[in-house]
Design a protein around this ligand. Structure first.
Ligand SMILES: Nc1ncnc2c1ncn2[C@@H]1O[C@H](COP(=O)(O)OP(=O)(O)OP(=O)(O)O)[C@@H](O)[C@H]1O
Ligand SMILES: [Mg+2]
Length: 252
């Protein structure tokens, strides 16, 4: 990324503790449009906490969060979503009993026109058609958007959840371990969606313990250890071995 470009997301000295556990200490980095950043670190390193701060799920204790040039203070995840940040948490957040289409439009339902809309009737047809379009845009084909999410395989559910995030994100999409529990082919589909999101000019924060996936899909890698950034470097600087060494602290 050009150093003259304006970061779409900037963290300055973010710290956060849970009681006596210091989960994040002085975390700072900049992220740019069209960039995929890998956020890696051992269990408990602070990755999920960091994305919860960025996505408005937990406020930081200290530090500044700047999105699209403006300092932000989220009161809830909705504030972050309205500012163009979509997050896929470690738990996917899909409603299993709703159809794929309804899940894509969860919280953003399209109402019927006129009186029916005022009475709360939803335009299912428009949502099903829109959902297919949103998913196809990022190369996801699902069996039929009228199926409920509970009828899908784990990989298909994950694809829908990611498709939803890419569909609505304006600036940043955060994926916390999206390839967990997926087979090789389905993981590859997820990686392809990440690449499609980058092509759409989104900034992607990709959290994963699967280092070959991180090396394949990211432009830059930020390594957290015990809540601190210990390395922030282009992906081409790393191999699986050196990345593992940086994560564990056993090599420098
Ligand atoms: N809600 C919470 N209450 C108290 N402590 C928490 C809470 N969430 C996380 N922690 C603690 O904060 C630290 C960072 O946890 P976090 O979940 O951010 O790690 P992580 O890097 O996402 O780990 P993993 O790879 O296992 O998902 C850990 O010590 C964890 O025990
Ligand atoms: Mg986590």
């Amino acid at each position: 990324m050009s150093s003259e470009a304006k970061p779409v997301l900037e963290l300055q000295n973010i710290s956060k503790s849970y009681g006596s556990v210091q989960a994040l200490t002085d975390v700072s980095f900049k992220a740019y449009a069209g960039e995929v950043i890998g956020l890696v670190g051992d269990n408990g390193a602070g990755k999920s906490t960091l994305i919860k701060v960025i996505s408005g799920a937990h406020p930081q204790d200290e530090g500044r969060l700047i999105v699209d040039g403006q300092e932000r203070h989220w009161k809830s995840p909705h504030d972050a979503m309205n500012a163009g940040i979509e997050t896929l948490y470690q738990e996917s957040g899909l409603a299993p009993d709703l159809t794929i289409g309804s899940n894509i439009y969860l919280g953003r339902e399209i109402e019927r026109k006129g009186l029916l809309g005022k009475l709360g009737f939803l335009n299912q047809k428009a949502m099903e058609a829109g959902a297919i379009k949103h998913l196809e845009n990022v190369g996801i084909t699902v069996p039929a958007t009228k199926r409920t999410v509970s009828e899908l395989s784990g990989g298909q559910r994950q694809a829908v959840a990611i498709g939803r995030a890419v569909a609505w994100a304006k600036h940043v999409i955060i994926l916390d371990e999206p390839t967990n529990h997926l087979g090789a082919r389905q993981s590859q589909e997820v990686l392809n969606v990440i690449k499609a999101a980058r092509e759409q000019g989104l900034c992607v924060l990709f959290i994963s313990h699967t280092l070959p996936h991180v090396l394949e899909v990211t432009d830059r890698i930020i390594v957290l250890r015990l809540g601190e950034v210990v390395k922030d470097a282009p992906t081409s600087d790393f191999t699986v071995e050196s990345l593992l060494g940086t994560i564990t602290g056993l090599t420098v």
